[in-house]
Write a protein that binds this ligand. Structure first.
Ligand code: PEP
Ligand code: MG
Length: 542
C-alpha cells in the first residue's frame, strides 16, 4: 500500500480503479511557414472551431449544473476573442513566420505567466484558464478533439489521476463514470476545485511528485476531507474507508432532510442561518442549501473580476439580480473591501510594507468618495427589488461610520432629486473585525442597525498573526480565548443597544464552537453555502 498526502478540496470518499488522464502539456513543435497569411487564416478557423466547441460545452454545463457554472465558458470564449491575445498570436505568425500551434502555445505561456505573477489569487487562478483554452485551439489545429477528458472511452467508474485538470476537463468528466479525482498540481481557489465541490466529487490536489502514471489500473481510496490517497490499500484500510464512506453518505442523506426545517435548538433558541457569496451566480448554491438569507456578499469580487471600475449600471444589475432571487430574505451587501490581499490594478494603490494594516476597505471609500458613491447609488437603486442591507468593512471608529453615513445621505438626496426610488429604511450595519471596533462597540452600536463579526480579520488583528501566513501554526489559533471574548463583548454591546449581531467569518462554520456561539447569544451565522446544512444540524442538536 502507498499512502500519499495531498490537499483535500472537495469532501467525500471514493474507492475504485485509477485511470490516469494524459493532460500533460506536450511540447509544441516550431516550424517555419512559407505563407504566414495562410497560417493566420488557419489559426482563425481553429479559433472559431474552439469557440463553437466552448458554446456547446457551455450549454451542456448550463443544463447539468446551472447558468452560474456555465458562465465560466462564456469567459473562455471571450478569452479566445480577446484582442490582445489574438493580436499577439497573429503578430508572432506574421513576424516570425512560425506555425499557428507554436504561436498559440507561446502566447498562452506568456499570458499565463502574467496572470500567475499577479498579486491576487483569483487572477492567479486564471493562468490555468488561458492555458486550457489555448490547448483547445492547438488540439483543433492538430486535428484532435478539445480536451483530454473528451477522449473518455466509457467502461467502469474510475478515480481520475492527472497532472492537472482544467476547468473544462472537469465539467466534461462524466459523473456517472467518475468517482473523484486527484491531481499533482492545482490550487484550492481554482475553478476546478470549485466545480468539484459543486459536482459533489471528492477531490484532492497538490500531490506533486507522488503522481505516478504507473498507478493506472490500480485500486485506490481517496478522502477529499483529509486529502489522503491510498494506492493498493491493504484490507484493513479498505474496510475502514468502506465504513467511512457509508457513514458520510448517510450523513449527506440526513442533511438533505433538514431542508425547510427551522434553525433552532432543542430549547427553542432560534438562530438565523445565512450564507456568504462572492458573485450573483453563487445564489444558486445558497438556495440549493436552503440558507435563510445572505449574510455577506463580498462585493469586491465585482471589482476584482473587472478590468476597470465597474459602472453603476453593472453593479446595480448584479445587486438587483441577487435581491430578486432571494425574494424577501435579507441580503447583506458589504461595500468595497479592496486592498490587503485583494489588490486591483486599476485602483493604482501604492505598494505598502504592511498592506493588511494599510489603505484598504472603508479607508479607500472615505478618501475616494467618487468611487464609494457609485456603489452606494447602485445599492440604493437595487434596494427596491428585495431586502438589501448595507454593511461597512474594517471600521475602527465612530467617526468613520458617521462619515460613511453622511456620504450615504448625500447619495440618497441625489436620488430623491432625480425621483429614483430606493428603500428609505435600508439597514446599515458594520463589520466587527478590528479590536478597536470591539472596544468601541457600545458607541458604534448606537450608530448602526447591526453588527457582523469578521472573525478572519478579527483573529488576524487580535493575535497579530497575518492571515495569509501558513506557518504561524498554533499562534494563529482562532479558538483563542482572546478572540472568543471579543465576540462575546461585541454581541453583548449590540444587545444592550437593541441591535442584532452575527458572524460572517469562517469561524461561524466551526462546529466545535457552535455551542459557545449559542451560549453567547449570536443572532445570525453566515457561512459558505455547503456549510449551511451541517450547521443547521449542529444547532438543532444543541
Ligand atoms: C472576515 O474578515 O472575517 C470577513 C468575513 O471578511 P473577509 O474574509 O472578506 O476579509
Ligand atoms: Mg475581513
Amino acid at each position: 500500500m502507498k499512502t500519499i498526502q495531498g490537499v483535500g478540496v472537495s469532501a467525500g470518499i471514493a474507492i475504485g480503479e485509477v485511470r490516469v488522464l494524459d493532460t500533460a502539456d506536450h511540447a509544441v513543435e516550431r516550424r517555419v511557414v512559407d505563407d504566414p497569411q495562410a497560417e493566420v487564416e488557419r489559426f482563425r478557423a481553429a479559433r472559431d472551431e474552439a469557440v463553437a466547441q466552448l458554446k456547446q460545452l457551455r450549454d451542456k454545463t448550463a443544463a447539468e449544473f446551472g447558468e452560474g457554472k456555465a458562465e465560466l465558458f462564456d469567459t473562455h470564449q471571450l478569452m479566445l476573442q480577446d484582442p490582445d491575445y489574438v493580436e499577439s498570436i497573429e503578430d508572432l505568425i506574421a513576424q516570425s513566420k512560425v506555425n499557428a500551434e507554436f504561436a498559440v502555445n507561446s502566447t498562452a505561456e506568456q499570458f499565463a505567466a502574467m496572470f500567475a505573477a499577479m498579486d491576487n489569487s483569483y487572477m492567479q487562478a486564471r493562468a490555468a484558464d488561458v492555458k486550457d483554452v489555448s490547448r483547445r485551439v492547438i488540439n483543433v489545429l492538430e486535428g484532435k478533439r478539445g480536451g483530454a477528458a473528451e477522449d473518455e472511452d466509457g467502461g467502469e467508474s474510475r478515480i481520475i489521476l492527472a497532472e492537472d485538470l482544467a476547468p473544462s476537463e472537469t465539467v466534461q468528466l462524466d459523473r456517472a463514470k467518475v468517482l473523484g479525482f486527484v491531481t499533482a498540481k492545482g490550487s484550492a481557489n481554482s475553478h476546478t476545485a470549485i466545480l468539484a465541490r459543486t459536482m459533489g466529487l471528492p477531490a484532492i490536489i497538490g500531490i506533486g511528485d507522488a503522481f505516478n502514471p504507473d498507478d493506472d489500473g490500480h485500486t485506490a481510496v481517496i478522502d477529499g476531507t483529509s486529502g489522503l490517497v491510498f494506492v493498493d490499500p491493504d484490507e484493513k484500510t479498505l474496510a475502514e474507508y468502506q465504513g467511512k464512506k457509508a457513514k458520510y453518505e448517510e450523513h449527506l442523506r440526513l442533511l438533505q432532510e433538514l431542508k425547510g426545517k427551522p434553525t433552532e435548538t432543542k430549547s427553542g433558541q432560534k438562530v438565523r442561518l445565512y450564507a456568504n457569496i462572492g458573485r450573483p451566480s453563487d445564489v444558486a448554491a445558497v438556495l440549493a442549501n436552503d440558507a435563510e438569507g445572505i449574510g455577506l456578499f463580498r462585493s469586491e469580487f465585482l471589482y476584482l473580476e473587472s478590468e476597470d471600475y465597474p459602472t453603476e449600471e453593472f453593479q446595480f444589475q448584479a445587486y438587483k439580480e441577487v435581491a430578486q432571487k432571494m425574494g424577501d430574505r435579507l441580503v447583506v451587501i458589504r461595500t468595497l473591501d479592496i486592498g490587503a490581499d485583494k489588490q486591483v490594478g486599476y485602483f493604482n494603490l501604492e505598494h505598502e510594507a504592511n498592506p493588511a494594516l494599510g489603505y484598504r476597505a472603508i479607508r479607500i471609500c472615505l478618501t475616494r468618495p467618487e468611487i464609494f458613491k457609485v456603489q452606494l447609488r447602485a445599492l440604493l437603486r437595487a434596494s427596491v427589488y428585495g431586502n438589501i442591507a448595507i454593511m461597512l468593512p474594517m471600521i475602527t471608529s465612530v467617526e468613520e461610520v458617521r462619515d460613511a453615513k453622511k456620504i450615504l445621505e448625500e447619495v440618497k438626496e441625489e436620488l430623491r432629486g432625480e425621483h429614483i426610488d430606493f428603500n428609505e429604511h435600508i439597514q446599515v450595519g458594520i463589520m466587527i473585525e478590528t479590536p478597536a471596533s470591539v472596544i468601541m462597540a457600545d458607541e458604534l452600536a448606537a450608530e448602526v442597525d447591526f453588527f457582523s463579526i469578521g472573525t478572519n480579520d478579527l483573529t488576524q488583528y487580535t493575535l497579530a498573526c497575518d492571515r495569509q501566513n501558513p506557518n504561524l501554526g498554533r499562534f494563529a489559533d482562532p479558538h483563542s480565548p482572546a478572540v472568543l471574548r471579543m465576540i462575546k463583548m461585541a454581541t453583548e454591546a449590540a444587545h444592550r443597544h437593541g441591535i442584532w449581531c452575527g458572524i460572517c467569518g469562517e469561524l461561524g462554520a466551526d462546529l466545535s464552537l457552535t455551542d459557545i456561539f449559542l451560549e453567547i447569544g449570536l443572532d445570525e451565522l453566515s457561512v459558505s453555502p455547503t456549510s449551511v446544512l451541517p450547521l443547521r444540524n449542529a444547532i438543532r442538536n444543541h
